[in-house]
Design a binder for this molecule. Sequence first.
Ligand code: ACO
Length: 336
Amino acid sequence: MYNSKITGLGYYVPDNVVTNDDLSKLMDTNDAWIQERTGIKERRWVKPGSEDTTSVMGVKAAKVAIERAGIDKDDIDLIVFATLSPDFYFPGPGVQVQKALDIKTVGAIDIRNQCSGFIYGLSVADQFIKTGMYKNVLVIGSEIHSKGLDLTTRGRGVSVIFGDGAGAAILSRTEDNSKGILSTHLHSEGEHAEELALTAPGMGTRWVNDILKDNDPNDESYYPHMNGQFVFKNAVVRFSEVIMEGLSTNKLGPDAIDMLIPHQANLRISQFIQKKFKLTDDQVFNNIMKYGNTTAASIPIALTEAWEQGKIKEGDTVVLAAFGSGFTWGSAIIKW
Ligand code: ACO
């Protein structure tokens, strides 16, 4: 039986810093409200005219991860790309990464699953490696939110939260079963699909011809909708459950956690989980203050930063956990 191990990590965020004060010039909001409710101080948004797209940022993060893994791009057997903000409606960005990196004809899988996208992607990659089918899988989470947000007061409950960025990991085969991804756990609850959703331009709701004919500037279906408090309440429950599920599967308790990297949805959610599991500040990594919520990119960006800062050491038990639109949620338990 093979195991899979993270051998390379990388991230990329646009240079352009957007502070809460910058947002207060666009809509009726303020730094105190945003910090108090979310912990966010600033986020990165691509500048208009920038070359950065979801796939381009994913490629930038991937290049760093590939180099750190010490492999050649031609050693990659599969590309897995998680995003809710693809460059095109179709095809998904997996094939754009393949083209940009000039990787031959390996498979490219596109994962949706929003904030849980990276964990879903990691789980897919892990299964392919554990079965012996592939040796090296590139997993990317990348997101451009800034181009799709309602930047008026109408959209303030959603728009202040999200940021742009990308993170990537190389998962490689190892025969050392004491290290690597011990288990992943995936869940969803479609009953709440519309509590956090962007419904246009989906074919399920309207015909494209009708959308084009309507051309209504007040059409809110082109902007993300979020029932914030309902999402928050579900998030704290599901985060806790799925972390416990992962720990119990591996016969571990919360005291075994060396580093928890929660999806950066809201600092208050991370703090709730930290308190619930009685973890110290050193055992939980947060960077939402700098980047906002970058959905599928948030875990790989945070994981890379934590690793770069020497906060993850060989032999550590690292727990990744996410919750988001779908609802979807998941966790990964890793022995570093
Ligand atoms: N600035 C100032 N005031 C605001 C803003 C803003 N940016 N946004 C909303 N308000 C106002 C509202 O209009 C409301 O005013 P009212 O009382 O006069 O009606 C008041 O603030 C409270 O609004 P709520 O929406 O109830 O605020 P809440 O405390 O719930 O915080 C938040 C909102 C931060 C969005 C919170 O609900 C949250 O973090 N939810 C979870 C988000 C999350 O985890 N998402 C999952 C991942 S994202 C994904 O999967 C794509």
